[in-house]
Design a protein around this ligand. Structure first.
Ligand code: PLP
Length: 407
C-alpha cells in the first residue's frame, strides 16, 4: 500500500476533471473595497477588483464595525479563552445573542463559530432531542445542512428542489404521529432563487412539522431590519429555527440559530459542535453585534445593494449572456463546463484585474459551472463599466476558444 500514490491519485482526479481548486491570494484594501491586491504564486502583485465576495454590503470595512472590534480588542484582549461552558461566555457573546433574537423576533439565539457549524451541529443533534425525528431536506440545501442531516442517525427524506408537491407526498407517506422537521433555505446561493417559504409553512402546519430555514444569504439584506426573507414576507413567526451567518452581509464571522428559549437551551446542552469548541473572539462578537445593530436601520444600504444587482443583471443581459435571474442579489452567468469556467476566470483576473472565482462541482451540479458575481454598494460605476466591458470582450474571445476546445 502506498499512501502517496493514493493521495496523488485523488488530487490528479480533480485535475483531470478540471475542478482542482486554486486559491487566489488577495488582500482587500480597507476603505477602498472592492479593490484588493492579488499576490501571484511567483510573488508579483496585481491590483484587482473583487466581484465574488460575500461581504455583500461592504460591512467588513464599515467604521461602526471596526470601532466596535478595536474597542473590544483593547478592552479584553484577543481570544475568548474558552468554550462557552468553561470561561468563554462574555458580555459580547450575550449581547450579540440578544441582538439576533431581537432581529428575528425570537425568544433566544445561540452563537456558533460559523453558520456551517450552526447548521451541522443543530441538524445532527435534533434527533437526540426529538427521538424518531424525520428530517425533510430540500435537494439543493447547503453542504452544511446535508452533512448535519446525513450523520444524525435519524431518518431523512430529500424532496426535489422547491417542489412542495413532492414534499407533500413524502409527508403523507410517513406516520402522522412521528416528529418531523422541514429544512430548507430562503435564498439558494448558487442560483439566487427563493424558497417557497409560505407554502412550506402551510405544509408544516398541516403535518404538524417543525420548520428550519437557512437565511445565510438573506440576513442583513432582506426585510426592513435585515431579518431576511422571513422578515420581508412576515413569515418569521411561522419558522421554528432560523439559521444565519455573521460572515456575509454582516461582514464579520460566526453563525447562529434563533428559536424559542427552550429549543436554544436544548441545542446548547446537547450539540457537540456548540459545546466542545472555543467561542468566537470577543472582538468578532462585538463587531458582528455592531453590524447587526447598524443594519437594523440602514435601509439605504439594502436598497443600494438591490439597485446594483439590478443594474448589473440588466447590463449583462444586454450583452446576451446566459444569466440566471431569479430576482435576488446573486448574479450567476452560466458557463456549463469546468475548464471553460476556470479559463474565463483566469483571463478576467490576469487580463482585466477582475476577480471572480469559477464555481464548479460539487458546489454546483456538473454541467452547470458558472461565474457568480456579487455586486454590492461598494462597486461604483467605474468598476461596473470595467466588468461589463471585460465580459463583453471575453465572451466573444472564449466563444472562439470554446470552439477550439470542443473541436
Ligand atoms: C446556504 C449556506 N448556508 C451556510 C453557509 C455557511 O456559512 P458560514 O460561512 O458562516 O459558515 C453557507 C456558506 O457559504 C451557505 O451558502
Amino acid at each position: 500500500m502506498s499512501y502517496e500514490t493514493d493521495i496523488d491519485a485523488a488530487i490528479q482526479k480533480l485535475h483531470d476533471e478540471g475542478r482542482y481548486r486554486t486559491f487566489i491570494d488577495i488582500a482587500r484594501e480597507r476603505g477602498n473595497f472592492p479593490h484588493a491586491t492579488w499576490t501571484r504564486p511567483d510573488g508579483t502583485e496585481r491590483p484587482v477588483t473583487v466581484w465574488c465576495g460575500n461581504d455583500y454590503l461592504g460591512m467588513g470595512q464599515h467604521p461602526v464595525v471596526l470601532e466596535a472590534m478595536h474597542a473590544a480588542l483593547d478592552a479584553v484582549g484577543a481570544g475568548s479563552g474558552g468554550t462557552r461552558n468553561i470561561s468563554g461566555t462574555t458580555v459580547y457573546h450575550k449581547a450579540l445573542e440578544s441582538e439576533l433574537a431581537d432581529l428575528h423576533g425570537k425568544e433566544a439565539a445561540l452563537l456558533f463559530t460559523s453558520a456551517y457549524i450552526a447548521n451541522d451541529a443543530t441538524l445532527s443533534t435534533l434527533p437526540k432531542i426529538l427521538p424518531g425525528l424525520i428530517i425533510y431536506s430540500d435537494a439543493l440545501n447547503h453542504a452544511s445542512m446535508i452533512e448535519g442531516v446525513r450523520r444524525n442517525g435519524g431518518a431523512k427524506r430529500v424532496f426535489r428542489h422547491n417542489d412542495v408537491a413532492h414534499l407533500r407526498e413524502l409527508l403523507e407517506a410517513d406516520d402522522p404521529s412521528v416528529p418531523k422537521l422541514i429544512a430548507f433555505e430562503s435564498v439558494y446561493s448558487m442560483d439566487g432563487d427563493f424558497g417557497p417559504i409560505a407554502e412550506i409553512c402551510d405544509l408544516a402546519d398541516e403535518f404538524n412539522a417543525l420548520t428550519y430555514i437557512d437565511e445565510v444569504h438573506a440576513v442583513g439584506m432582506y426585510g426592513p431590519h435585515g431579518g431576511g426573507v422571513t422578515e420581508r414576507d412576515g413569515l418569521a413567526g411561522r419558522i421554528d429555527i432560523i439559521n444565519g451567518t455573521l460572515a456575509k452581509a454582516y461582514g464579520v464571522m460566526g453563525g447562529y440559530i434563533a428559536a424559542s428559549e427552550k429549543m436554544c437551551d436544548a441545542v446548547r446542552s446537547y450539540a457537540p459542535g456548540f459545546i466542545f469548541t472555543t467561542s468566537l473572539t470577543p472582538s468578532t462578537a462585538a463587531g458582528a453585534a455592531a453590524s447587526v445593530r447598524h443594519l437594523k436601520h440602514d435601509q439605504a444600504l439594502r436598497d443600494a445593494h438591490q439597485t446594483q444587482a439590478r443594474i448589473l443583471k440588466t447590463r449583462l443581459k444586454g450583452l446576451g449572456l446566459p444569466l440566471i435571474d431569479h430576482g435576488s442579489h446573486i448574479v450567476p452567468v452560466h458557463v456549463g463546463n469546468p475548464v471553460h469556467c476556470k479559463m474565463m476566470s483566469d483571463m478576467l483576473l490576469e487580463d482585466h484585474g477582475i476577480y471572480v472565482q469559477p464555481i464548479n462541482f460539487p458546489t454546483v451540479p456538473r454541467g452547470t459551472e458558472r461565474l457568480r458575481f456579487t455586486p454590492s454598494p461598494v462597486h461604483g460605476p467605474r468598476e461596473m463599466d470595467a466588468l461589463v466591458n471585460a465580459m463583453d470582450t471575453l465572451w466573444a474571445q472564449c466563444a472562439l476558444n470554446r470552439a477550439d476546445l470542443s473541436a
